[in-house]
Design a protein around this ligand. Structure first.
Ligand SMILES: *[C@@H]1O[C@H](CO)[C@@H](O)[C@H](O)[C@H]1NC(C)=O
Ligand SMILES: *[C@@H]1O[C@H](CO)[C@@H](O)[C@H](O)[C@H]1NC(C)=O
Ligand SMILES: *[C@@H]1O[C@H](CO)[C@@H](O)[C@H](O)[C@H]1NC(C)=O
Ligand SMILES: *[C@@H]1O[C@H](CO)[C@@H](O)[C@H](O)[C@H]1NC(C)=O
Length: 498
């Protein structure tokens, strides 16, 4: 029996093979994601320490769009019950949260564990579990304690031990109730954007800083993974990964294949190859390209700090699943001589001399974002064949739009991207879960409150930070309940959203 309303999927599946083909497997987990600094607010309550975003928004407010800051944000520190209620309204299986390092460890070190910080996360985790919603926990999401930044932050190799000390506290306090862990969110952005004057703390050190960060982040992740193995795995049996931001790349013209391969290694390979590949270490072509460049520029040290054989072994294989943050697809081409400009990382790479552009047929949202859902299916298949993965979990996927409540384009984005995920599942790629970015509008880093990614809109001028579901929330609530992808116009929403 074939539903008339399923025309789009029926075409994709070349005829009607029964509704089971159109359904997400029962064990597939639907969720939404957020991050501590972007939603919590309460930056100075109790004994919370200062983090790099607190410092930056207060000392350089002119560098944030609209001079926004996360002092209050969505006030989730106080409104966490409402957040859980929204997860319930959406019918989520999981909610991905992050822990604020400086809220839990005010000094940055484990000598002081904040009672209030601990209570906040215990309440949130227990509150979710009471409603049958599983918390997925990111240990670090861009908000380093200022005390550690003052000592060099992610460019200082000691960060690995500071991070492991913090992670140990997190595992000890919450590990009994958490299965899925993300150790560090988007190391590509953490290093790339921080040292090229885009993210906080806003350094201009593209030749050295970002590559020190690159290595240190991997060592930190790996040491935390090994610690979990030794002390916690037998008790809690959780799954760890670090989340990789990875756009899909295709060559803008056939002669751009080589540059596109390099772009893969630059974005994805620098963070994934050392962890997921059989041989470990840096991706070979890129390492050579960067070494040659550093030598030509008169540096005595290679760009990518070499791994010792022990470090290669330490890092290799430190994953239980692949956490993928996917937003869009880009076409890659070499920069033309007249285009020698400094580009932010989502536009291109000054280091590689490459720029990323849209295909003229794509629906575009801004200069770095286009809808090309097929890219996600290709990417999932690529990951599955490139690495030995038992499980892929999509930890972020979403679209930046304006404040409107009737966000039809977001509905189309979610429908079409979820369709490609379902097709990849049918291809045999082990995708097991999905957390939409994001549950509600929030403080979008240096874009402040000028960009909206939320399923729920938040009124940031209202002291109560009222949350209102968008059309996309209603659509997603239908998907999680039916586990089917009805075209948006066919969906009759149940009245579950407040
Ligand atoms: C906390 O910060 C707010 C600004 O966001 C300020 O108004 C308030 O006085 C501060 N509270 C304390 C206890 O410092
Ligand atoms: C995914 O990878 C596994 C293991 O390498 C392989 O057996 C399977 O055929 C792959 N699936 C697809 C769709 O390529
Ligand atoms: C946001 O809240 C403010 C203060 O309560 C209110 O005046 C305003 O109308 C609200 N905006 C919207 C779009 O609801
Ligand atoms: C989802 O949408 C379909 C198509 O309109 C409708 O038949 C179904 O009742 C909806 N289910 C829920 C739970 O909203």
């Amino acid at each position: 029996m074939c539903f008339a309303g399923l025309v789009v999927l029926s075409v994709v599946f070349a005829g009607c093979r029964g509704s089971e083909q159109l359904r997400f497997p029962a064990e597939f987990k639907f969720g939404a994601a957020s991050a501590a600094y972007q939603v919590e607010g309460a930056w100075n309550v109790s004994d919370k320490g200062e983090n790099i975003w607190d410092r930056f928004v207060h000392t350089q407010p002119h560098l944030i769009a609209g001079r926004g800051n996360g002092d209050v944000a969505c006030d989730s520190y106080h409104l966490w019950r409402r957040d859980i209620q929204m997860c319930e309204e959406l019918g989520l299986d999981i909610y991905r949260i992050s822990i604020s390092w400086s809220r839990l460890l005010p000094t940055g070190y484990p000598n002081v564990i904040s009672e209030d910080g601990k209570n906040y996360y215990n309440n949130l985790i227990d509150g979710l579990l009471e409603k049958g919603i599983e918390p997925v926990v990111t240990i670090h999401h861009f908000d380093l304690p200022q005390s550690l930044q003052d000592l060099g932050g992610w460019a200082n190799p000691l960060i690995a031990d500071w991070y492991v000390d913090y992670a140990e506290v997190v595992f000890s306090l919450f590990g009994d109730r958490v299965t899925y862990w993300v150790t560090i969110n988007e190391p590509f952005i953490l290093c790339e954007a921080t040292y090229t004057e885009f993210l906080v703390p806003y350094y201009d050190d593209p030749d050295v800083g970002r590559y020190l960060c690159n290595k240190n982040v991997l060592i930190a992740h790996a040491k935390a993974y090994r610690l979990y193995d030794e002390r916690f795995r037998s008790k809690f049996n959780g799954k760890l990964s670090l989340s990789t931001l990875f756009f899909w790349f295709e060559p803008a013209a056939p002669e751009e294949q080589e540059m596109t391969d390099l772009m893969f290694e630059y974005w994805e390979g620098r963070y994934a190859h050392p962890v997921y590949s059989k041989e470990g270490g840096w991706p070979v072509k890129l390492e050579k390209f960067l070494d040659d460049k550093a030598r030509k520029e008169g540096y005595s040290q290679p760009r990518l700090p070499p791994f010792t054989p022990e470090e290669i072994d330490l890092v290799r294989g430190t994953y239980d699943y692949f956490a993928l943050n996917h937003y869009t697809t880009r076409l890659v081409r070499r920069l033309r001589p007249e285009e020698r400009e400094v580009m932010w990382p989502l536009i291109g790479s000054t280091e590689l001399g490459a720029i990323m552009v849209h295909h003229p047929s794509w629906v575009t949202v801004n200069d770095w974002f286009a809808l090309y859902p097929e890219g996600l299916r290709k990417q999932l298949n690529w990951l599955n064949t490139t690495y030995d993965l038992k499980e892929i979990f999509i930890t972020e996927n979403g679209i930046p739009l304006g404040p409107e409540l009737d966000d039809k384009l977001r509905v189309e984005y979610y429908r079409s991207y979820l369709e490609q995920i379902l097709l990849a599942v049918h291809d045999g790629v082990p995708v097991t879960g999905y957390t939409a970015w994001t549950l509600m509008d929030n403080f979008e880093w240096r874009s402040g409150y000028t960009v909206q990614f939320g399923l729920y809109s938040v009124n940031f001028t209202d002291p109560l930070r009222t949350r209102t579901p968008r059309t996309s929330a209603r659509y997603y609530a239908n998907v999680t309940r039916t586990r089917m992808l009805y075209p948006q116009n066919d969906v009759k929403y149940r009245d579950v959203l407040k």
